[in-house]
Design a protein around this ligand. Structure first.
Ligand code: FAD
Length: 279
């Protein structure tokens, strides 16, 4: 295991209701912040669908004295909208960003002036210099629209060449896919940290549906085990915590630079997994 402390971060999405937002900002953030993460991040609906709620949540987390990284997924947003957001975040003292292409929801039109995330990274650097520490997305199991494994890594390098500082991966359950990916990235000259994105198992039906869309593989043995529990939700949760703890332990023991938890706005099971890991 590396001597360096792994970086831990937690991802939120903007809740749809005031009550959900209140709960997230009080109970959830207090409980997760006790784990001492490097930052929280807040997703942004491509096409601006969460423009105000992302901005509002980011501002509230920052106002509580907690480090926060807004996601910026341009979708069909214009350059002017992105520039306004950057100015807003700078003014609020935000110094991190997660820069993405985003997936535009159907019916919201196509992409705006930019087509790929490397252009957004370039744009942010052109407008704000070195102000932001920029994260980008990486795909150990390959982005679903990628032309090939190699082209996907090549374009990840393009995002670093444009000025990104580090990456966070799409979630995965096959630990080998992550370490193989790190080796392949290193082989083409990527020398920046690639943090492991980890999804806790909360609602398996939703997870299975989303995994099919984003191209993350849930190993057959995990699916079979969960199916065998039927409606016994407690056993599913217990098994999910066991599997994800084991995955994270292997990542940390093998030198992953950090873990980014897709919290789904829930304290548990992320807190229990972190406890199991001694974080
Ligand atoms: P890109 O890097 O542009 O890649 C998209 C595809 O194009 C890939 O197949 C790639 O191989 C290819 N490609 C990349 N660059 C080029 C190029 N220059 N020329 C040709 N092809 C290229 N989505 C949201 O809407 N909001 C969020 O807040 C959000 N947060 C996320 C956080 C993380 C950590 C991750 C992993 C994903 C997140 N997503 C989010 C999902 C993400 O927007 C989608 O996966 C999207 O489809 C791709 O985004 P990207 O930034 O990786 O795009």
């Amino acid at each position: 295991m590396s001597d360096k402390k792994p970086r831990i971060s937690f991802e939120y999405f903007p809740p749809k209701t005031d009550a959900g937002r209140e709960r997230l900002l009080t109970e959830t953030t207090t409980a997760l912040n006790a784990i001492n993460p490097a930052f929280f991040s807040v997703t942004y609906g491509a096409g601006g669908s969460t423009h105000d709620s992302t901005q509002g949540l980011v501002t509230a987390v920052k106002a509580a004295g907690i480090e926060v990284a807004p996601h910026l997924s341009f979708g069909s947003d214009s350059e002017a909208t992105i520039e306004q957001l950057l100015a807003f975040y700078q003014e609020k003292g935000i110094s991190r960003l997660v820069a993405l292409r985003g997936d535009v929801p159907s019916g919201m039109g196509g992409f705006g002036q930019m087509a790929h995330a490397n252009e957004l990274v370039k744009f942010v650097r052109a407008k704000t210099g070195d102000h932001f520490y920029i994260e980008v997305a990486a795909y150990p199991e390959v982005h679903p629209q990628a032309l090939s494994y190699n082209s996907d890594i090549h374009f990840l390098k393009g995002k670093f060449d444009a000025g990104a500082n580090s990456a966070i991966t799409q979630y995965f359950f096959n630990v080998e896919s992550y370490f193989y990916f790190l080796d392949q990235c290193a082989a083409i000259g990527i020398d920046k940290p690639i943090h492991a994105g980890i999804m806790p198992i909360i609602n398996f039906t939703n997870l299975a549906r989303f995994s099919r869309i984003c191209g993350a593989e849930i190993p057959r043995w995990i699916c079979q085990r969960i199916e065998s529990y039927g409606d016994d939700k407690d056993s599913v949760v217990k098994f999910g915590i066991e599997v994800v703890t084991q995955l994270c332990q292997t990542l940390l023991d093998s030198g992953a630079p950090g873990i980014h938890f897709y919290t789904m706005n829930q304290v548990e099971p992320v807190r229990e997994i972190c406890n199991n890991l001694g974080l």
